[in-house]
Design a protein around this ligand. Structure first.
Ligand code: COA
Length: 449
């Protein structure tokens, strides 16, 4: 420990109790912690016509759990997915159009739109060299927010918050996100992991999912099944209502009148958190930990005992969280997890991961019981999208450090739509209140302390 560290530690010890607020105050002042009502439902903070997340019904003031539903511009995502799979075509680009413009494109419009996106995927001249390769980051999410902020300087009309300009910026960002993710990953592999550097140019004729594999794999190879599955994941993660942490952050930042790049960079920072998008990578770490510490993966008692240790903060990352479980809105089921689980089961069988898939299912089955015991409640808790998304990525041989960035490649669509809706449709700065509970003190002259 050097002298500066010692000094700092001394200040920190004195500040130790300065960040703790007596939990009685929250009750006394009826603070809605986490912007949540007492029954766990979110405080109504706005209106949106972009995405709808349904996990319960309120009837006569009573909250009744239901199977989850996710709708984009009023259309059930289940129908979007089943249709695109039946027609064996990629759906993410159609969803981008739907979320941004508000209606389903006809075949000709969709073809033109895909063409447009394809032409926007290249990064500006020298951007890769100057912004990505010269300043790599060990963390791709960190690099992504810096890339987005840097794009501000390449935009001659960066601060214009008119509808056409925001749509133009959104489409450029959405199209480039996969390219930036891939290059940020390549830079990380090269400069931090001492691997060879691969920079492939994006292909204009490829979908986002195809481009992801093309840009990240040294030989650019991928199968149709891989691209199709990744496309399903992108569709499922493109949007999740106005109240999810990153969309709300994006809306809050946008409401100040700031530029698109600042708002999207902030949303990326939010998604990085382990309670939000970062959970998909955390799930893999947790499952590896379970696999290493449970001798029989099919033994319910042994798995249950380990989950109890996790909840008691005695195992894994000591956060007490079972990653991939629980949701602020969904109660009985998360529709994204339901769809992904089906895909994960098929892929697991094809790739020889059935035993591991069964362990995931067991965690899904046992975690609610473990919660009920630990918390003494019967509050329903279900698997969320991240329980199976990480597992699917793993079976697709996608490196763990790309799981959360891939979520960002998808969710940027929702962020952009929410930003536009906030700026155009609301127009009032988001500004809640905080009650000060700090006792009044007199200023003491320096010589008298
Ligand atoms: N592991 C441990 N505890 C959990 C939990 C989990 N997976 N999910 C919920 N809880 C706890 C909460 O911390 C809370 O405890 P508290 O009352 O002591 O503060 C209680 O159960 C009730 O939480 P609830 O209101 O149902 O959920 P939330 O809205 O506070 O949290 C999540 C929602 C998603 C943040 C939470 O479920 C979680 O952290 N899950 C794990 C991370 C994850 O998978 N995130 C991805 C979300 S898509």
């Amino acid at each position: 420990m050097n002298r500066n560290d010692e000094k700092l530690l001394n200040f920190i010890c004195k500040a130790d109790d300065k960040y703790k607020i007596d939990s009685d105050f929250y009750n006394n002042f009826r603070v809605k912690r986490g912007l949540r009502n007492s029954d766990g439902t979110g405080v109504l903070a706005g209106l949106t016509a972009i995405g709808e997340v349904r996990g319960y019904i309120i009837d006569d003031g009573e909250k009744t759990p239901i199977n989850g539903k996710l709708l984009y511009r009023g259309i059930d995502t289940k129908d979007i997915i089943s249709n695109m799979l039946a027609e064996k075509r990629f759906g993410f680009e159609e969803v981008i159009f739907l979320l941004l413009f508000g209606f389903l494109p006809d075949a000709k419009t969709l073809a033109e739109f895909k063409d447009l996106l394809g032409n926007l995927r290249e990064l500006p001249d020298n951007f890769t060299e100057d912004t990505i390769l010269k300043a790599p980051s060990p963390d791709i999410m960190n690099k992504l927010s810096r890339c987005v902020l840097s794009l501000y300087t390449y935009d001659e009309n960066a601060d214009d918050c008119s509808l056409p300009n925001m749509i133009r910026q959104s489409l450029e960002l959405i199209a480039r996100m996969v390219t930036m993710t891939a290059y940020a990953y390549q830079a990380k592999r090269h400069y931090y992991d001492r691997d060879s550097l691969y920079i492939h140019s994006p292909r204009t004729d490829y979908s986002t999912a195809e481009n992801f594999f093309h840009l990240t794999r040294p030989d650019s190879s991928f199968t149709e099944l891989e691209a199709q599955l990744l496309d399903v994941l992108l569709v499922l993660q493109a949007e999740h209502g106005g109240g999810n942490n990153s969309a709300f952050i994006c809306r809050a930042v946008s409401s100040s009148g700031t530029d698109t790049y600042s708002a999207i960079a902030a949303a990326i920072g939010s998604l990085k958190g382990p309670k939000h998008g970062g959970a998909n990578a955390k799930v893999i770490g947790m499952m590896e930990d379970i696999k290493a510490n449970v001798s029989n993966w099919a033994d319910k008692d042994e798995v249950r005992a380990y989950l109890q240790k996790i909840v008691r903060k005695e195992a894994y990352d000591h956060s007490g969280l079972i990653y991939g479980m629980g949701h602020a809105v969904y109660t009985l089921s998360d529709p994204r997890a339901t769809i992904l689980k089906k895909n994960a089961a098929t892929l697991a069988e094809a790739k020889g991961f059935t035993e591991e898939f069964n362990l995931y299912s067991l965690v899904e089955e046992l975690a609610p019981q473990v919660f009920a015991e630990a918390k003494g409640t019967n509050k329903p808790i279900c698997a969320n999208v991240d329980l199976y998304s990480g597992f699917v990525y793993k079976m697709l041989d996608i490196p763990t450090e790309l799981y959360t960035p891939l979520f960002a490649v998808a969710r940027i669509v929702g962020w952009c739509a929410h930003r536009i809706e906030e700026v155009i449709g609301n127009g009032k700065i988001i500004r809640p209140a905080y009650k000060s509970v700090c006792p009044r003190e007199k200023y003491v002259k320096l010589s008298d302390r």
